[in-house]
Design a protein around this ligand. Sequence first.
Ligand code: LR7
Ligand code: MN
Length: 597
Amino acid sequence: PSNKLVSLQIKDNSIPMFTTGNLNQKYSHKHLTMKKSRKIISNDIESLQKPNSNIYKNSDNLIKSLQPVSRQVNSTENNLDDLGMVKNPEDEQIRKEGYMLHAFNVLISERMGYNRTIPDTRNKLCQQIQYTADLPTASVIICFYNEHFYTLMRTVHSIINRTPSKILKEIILVDDFSDIPNLQYNVSSAIEKEFSGKVLLYRTERREGLIRARLHGARKATGEVIVFLDSHVEVNLDWIQPLLTRIKEDETVVVTPIIDIINADNFKYSASPLVRGGFNWGLHFKWENLPVGTLAKPEDFIKPIKSPTMAGGLFAINRQFFIDLGEYDAGMNIWGGENLEISFRIWMCGGKLEMIPCSRVGHVFRQRRPYGDPDGQDTMLYNSLRVAYVWMDDYKDYYLSQRPEAKEAKFGDVSSRIQLRKELKCKDFDWYLKNVYPELALPTDNDQRLKNKWAALEQNVYQPWHSRKRNYINRYQLRLTNSTLCLQSKKDLKSKGSLLIVKSCLRTKQQIWYETDKNELVLAQLLCLQANDPNPILYKCHEMGGDQEWKHKGESKTPIYNMALGRCLSVNKKESGALVTLKICTDPSSSTWDLVR
Ligand code: LR7
Ligand code: MN
């Protein structure tokens, strides 16, 4: 029809929906549907199909009025808090839908736009390294299933912006049969327009899962090295040169960057410490402290670090070595286990696995995976069984006894992978444990001293979504502005799940809030203020930010703003006993507070 409108769909029988064909105008279908359902009320399908009808004129105006650039800010770490503001019901809708579909704050991700500055998290010594221009070429492979459009585009832009173009052979996107409306169209238009030839898009013919989707991408790649990345990452300065330098030295080394943290609720980018990959007998990947003495001298902080396993999503490998090593196990479904499989295989079949401290890539760590297996299979179990039966010899019994349901479960045919192991003349699992991961205690170890030692070490183990220690930086009562009412728990202060009310200010424990350096508000150093919708509650501090992270501007008349929900602490009536609720911060009836120290 018009050169602006390319697809027209009728949703819910009544609300017409369209997307724009000109991706120069950077916005997703979601904004359009929302704006449109508000502005254009006609649901006469006939009129929609006539090119000269008013609806097209309206929609042209609409497109102009929606210049999405205005939604996007050139973001730095400093304005992220503001970007999370929910200003109207439409924002609220986007935020909510986003959490459901992607399990992160899409409102912030969209407003940040495609490019942003992130902190250089590398060790200072890395900045002095001069990398030679003579490095192998690389193909970056990113598979995605229903990824959030802006987040995916920012992944691509960060790679284009921070990778020498001579080295970057291509970026290969593999759409794993996503079914979010228009995602495929939007991605293909955007890359065609901006990165024609450099960024390629493939789509699988059915949902394959990340293992087969990556395989699909790897087989299209032409670079000397292939680099796998997740679809919600941002690469940091000079991220690829140290990876390629190491592979150039030795083609049998598989390398990973340090995976920095992008907070799923506020998109803050922060450094990860140097830890390595391990696993437990349930075959779950885990982060583990480096063996004592690894980081003795300053230079040790920039040297490659041997790692028994990798997290799975981000690594670089010589393409021919990847093929020779047997690529991936194509019998694995959707998600899980492939990272241990390739880690064991690398070590047992003649390679090495190392982490490169000077290479940093941020990854959005979510608290849940927003998708499952289409047939409801426990793919982690299925895939882990394949790992156990092919690679772990008798040690698989430890896994099987950890997971009783595993004894009955199906895991498909693994004969070709066993064959591969024979052809490659791989070492056995006993060798791997003794030489690569001697620190792993066996469940049967009865040396209590050893067990204690590892238990103690594990206590300190870093998890990207956990902080380690709670630091109080402030202590105050929260008084409603122009009143003598203070924030307190409704029930007694230890009662988990209690709602909050305001009551006459008294210097009782019940009203003393402790602010932590992670922006939590902890009542009497016991329970955390948590942003439940529509009424906040007191809950066990989980130290993961998000619904327990609160911002305020200072001493008096400040809104108190929750990062995850994008709303402010408020009361409907200024009277003793009034229940505390969460309101959109720009609502004129929303409350402000004074901090009484
Ligand atoms: O069916 C699917 N098809 C896909 O294409 C399911 C997923 N995917 C894509 C998805 O869009 C994403 O780009 O595959 C990629 C990985 O999926 P995630 O992001 O849901 O996985 P994750 O980050 O939760 O999980 C980690 O473990 C996985 C085990 O199968 C993979 O190895 C992931 O790549 C891996 N991610 C990382 O290593 C990043 C650091 C996380 C940690 C620790
Ligand atoms: Mn991921």
